[in-house]
Design a protein around this ligand. Sequence first.
Ligand code: RIB
Ligand code: CA
Length: 311
Amino acid sequence: MSAARLPLIIDCDPGIDDAVMLMMAFLSPRLDVRAITTVAGNVPLRLTSRNARMICERMGRGDVPVYAGCPRPMTQKAVTAEDFHGMTGISGIEVFEPKAPLAKGHAVNALIDLLSAPPPGGYTVIISGPMTNLAAALVMAPHIASGIRELVVMGGADTAGGNITPTAEFNIYADPIAANIVFDANIPTVVLALDATHQVRAAPPRVARIRALPGANAALMADLLDAANALETRWRPGLWVPMHDPSTTGWILAPHLFETKPCRITVTTRPGKDFGRTRIKDTAKGPHRWVTKADDDGFFALIEDLLMGRA
Ligand code: RIB
Ligand code: CA
């Protein structure tokens, strides 16, 4: 009898690394992707939504509902990151109009409906973009927090410094008010910030190993990572692309590859040099966990196992 698959909701802003994260989730027989919700982030909402549907189709999962969410942050103008993802938001693959249309209804309402009637044990929820959708859902329906077994967030920075300002990481900076609403909800949360993701970089020899694997999925992932590296090295010469969003799926599938510390996270929202900065207060028992270490060799071995149907 195979172990029960983990019911998963993914809120994302594809984005090349979001796309790799989605591929990993679909490749694992242990994960049951119940819904994808999209948000404005790396590129505008229309594109993040199209890109999520494209990956679903490329992975043979056109059955997974993709709900479009908030087209802008709660209280400020949207920021985007085309420099690192291309104008399409998913540089590295030919874009096309996916066969499966967007699911009907707003992502915020979908989150409320799904999280109000969770499976036994609750949902695992990944957020790999600005946290606007879940924040709006929590404001509208605070009870949904109890439907989340574990929230896994890519966002924030502490010792690593920021990537959109010297102190702030893009996902949090894009909507710090939303991030504070989510962190204030006391949901058990694991946070993969730049402190962790900068330890897991897709250096060319690693991408070459992926490309050498059989099958269309390995080629697709290698194309995405090569494109991400081309953009990363243009703006950050000598540094290979960190596996930001894929680290969330990595945590869920192989938590032994990571070390964490219990804490409570808040976000600076006053204007100034620290706007969007994550503040980490060590605690005895959370509710949050900050990932401090990541095993990069183990992570890429996991990716190879997933692509070979071994994970
Ligand atoms: O700072 C990296 C994060 O911002 C990643 O999630 C990337 O996709 C962008 O959303
Ligand atoms: Ca993202």
